[in-house]
Design a protein around this ligand. Structure first.
Ligand code: PA5
Length: 525
């Protein structure tokens, strides 16, 4: 079959959704679809049960309800329904009060918002802010703390210098105990205090009821608190308060995002696989990766506004699918690696390898039909910059195809709030369906917890090392000697690295003798 014939056969288009999916450049045939149909039907059953309120996250004994957020009537329980509606109203009221000047900061009307969160509590808001906003025109300008990097926070705070009295601070953490977010909150609070401002008067918490963050916000009398429910996962929380409050403040029409997501939910809930874009995506992932992540997914949106979509999808896909165990407890080491940035920019970076190098990936192109608001100049006779952008997309796709490299293309009309809602909903459901096909729990993240525990161990070690060195003030010791003294020889390397950093940060540790790690000595001063 020619590529044109395959394109016509496997091009799924929805005029209502201003959306199309082209899977013709993945090397499957009809027998694959036939053979996978029982798996697809089983996944629809599971998704139906999930939407009806089944415990779809067994490890944490939780329901999985992000689909209810854009259609509260679907929620299995009237109290959940009313929680969703009440929260949406609260978000709109907060935003309206800020925009109208009813809510002000200590220095006057609110102009900026500092969002503090990490992972699922940051990536969605960052993606949406970049896709739909324009810092020069937004009603409120958004800034982010999404790490515990002191210099990173300083850079953001420098941009906000002299403006904290007009800056709202939204602290987002579902668990309310995430160290990076807590640190960001404390750094922000200290900055407000240094400016003689009351942090609580500018702060809103979005967190689980009764969490540590909730308790702090309540006891300090923060401006507001909005809920994060245990049935919404971090990486699927963009359409909960996590994403909606920052977007509403920025001036984005959140109802349009929600309705776009609801439309895509309707289109991906159907059981006719050939007409279900999320199922087709999941099936293509299965085909391209052998159902075991054998190939990476490169996400290439040809649109600057969608640059952060690759990063957002990286978390959504990798944190959801990257699992050691399947649902029966068998070791499977599943996942699909995701990376990407944007086209045509990436053609001047790694696309060389995609075309000619190691063949370990498939590409998901995202094409946006509308070039810009208004008309374009001609950069050559009858040729615009948008023509070039499309030329590079089609050219790259062809060049990859000629070398046997597979690709999917998603086409949208324009980057609107509806389109963003649809893209989020499409990939959320594709991840859910694929997870069922490979039999993993997409809604927990034990690996993230393991990293958090290990980091806590390192911080505890640092305290022990500091106190051991202090107890021997004036004596220069190697990391190895300290590890022996602390009865943890296996930690010599970590101790060396901890002390090396402390010695350059004015933390009472001096590097006495610098050399190879085993020769280097440190002193408490
Ligand atoms: O998707 C997830 O569950 C994670 O990425 C979390 O969002 C992230 O770890 C932050 O957690 P929290 O919102 O509890 O601070």
């Amino acid at each position: 079959m020619s590529t044109w014939e395959r394109f016509n056969k496997y091009y799924l288009q929805s005029k209502e959704l201003e959306f199309a999916l082209d899977i013709s450049r993945i090397g499957f045939d009809d027998s694959f679809l036939l053979q996978m149909e029982p798996k697809a039907q089983a996944a629809y059953d599971a998704m139906e049960a999930l939407e009806a309120g089944a415990v779809a996250n067994p490890d944490e004994n939780r329901q999985v309800g992000h689909y209810w957020l854009r259609n509260a009537a679907l929620a299995p329980d009237p109290s959940i329904r009313s929680d969703i509606e009440t929260c949406l109203e609260a978000i709109k009221t907060i935003a309206a009060d800020v925009h109208s000047g009813t809510t002000t900061g200590s220095s006057g009307s609110i102009e900026n918002c500092l969002v503090i969160g990490i992972g699922g509590s940051a990536l969605g808001p960052q993606f949406v802010a970049d896709a739909l906003g324009c810092p020069q025109r937004d009603k409120i300008k958004l800034y982010f703390f999404d790490n515990t990097d002191p210099d990173g926070m300083d850079r953001t705070m420098t941009a906000l210098e002299g403006q904290l009295g007009r800056t709202l601070c939204i602290v987002i953490s579902k668990s309310g105990g995430t160290a990076e977010t807590r640190n960001g909150m404390l750094e922000a609070k200290a900055a407000y205090q240094r400016s003689g401002l009351n942090f609580a008067q500018h702060a809103i918490a979005i967190t689980g009821k009764g969490s540590k963050l909730d308790a702090v916000a309540e006891s300090e009398g923060w401006l507001n608190r909005l809920p994060m429910w245990d049935w919404v996962g971090g990486r699927t929380s963009e359409l909960a308060a996590v994403g909606l409050l920052p977007a509403a403040l920025q001036g984005i029409d959140i109802d349009r995002m929600l309705s776009g997501a609801a439309e895509m939910d309707n289109a991906t809930r159907i059981r006719e696989t050939q007409n279900n874009p999320a199922a087709l995506l999941a099936l293509m992932w299965y085909q391209a990766t052998g159902g075991r992540g054998a190939k990476d997914m490169v996400v290439l949106p040809y649109k600057d506004r969608l640059m952060l979509f690759s990063k957002y999808l990286q978390q959504l896909v990798m944190e959801s699918l990257g699992k050691e165990l399947d649902l029966e407890g068998n070791t499977v080491h599943q996942g699909i690696a995701v990376y990407g940035n944007k086209g045509s920019t990436d053609q001047h970076a790694y696309v060389q390898q995609l075309r000619e190098g190691v063949h370990n990936f498939f590409v998901t192109f995202i094409e946006v039909l509308k070039d810009r608001k208004g008309d374009s100049i001609e950069v050559d006779a009858d040729t615009t910059t948008g023509d070039y952008l499309q030329g590079f997309y089609l050219g790259t796709r062809q060049a990859l195809h000629e070398n046997g490299r597979e690709s999917i293309t998603i086409t949208i009309h324009e980057v609107t709030p509806e389109a963003i809602g649809r893209l989020i909903a499409l990939f959320e459901r594709a991840v859910g369906i694929y997870a069922h096909m490979i039999n993993v729990n997409a809604y927990h993240q034990p690996g993230v917890e393991a990293g958090k525990k290990a980091a806590a161990g390192v911080l505890e070690l640092e305290l022990q090392v500091l106190s051991a060195l202090k107890a021997q003030a004036g004596e220069a010791l190697t990391a190895q000697a300290l590890s022996a003294e602390l009865n943890c020889p296996e930690n010599a390397e970590n101790i060396y690295k901890i002390l090396k950093r402390l010695s350059v940060n004015n933390r009472g540790i001096q590097l006495k003798q610098d050399g190879l790690p085993h020769e280097t000595t440190f002193l408490s001063v």
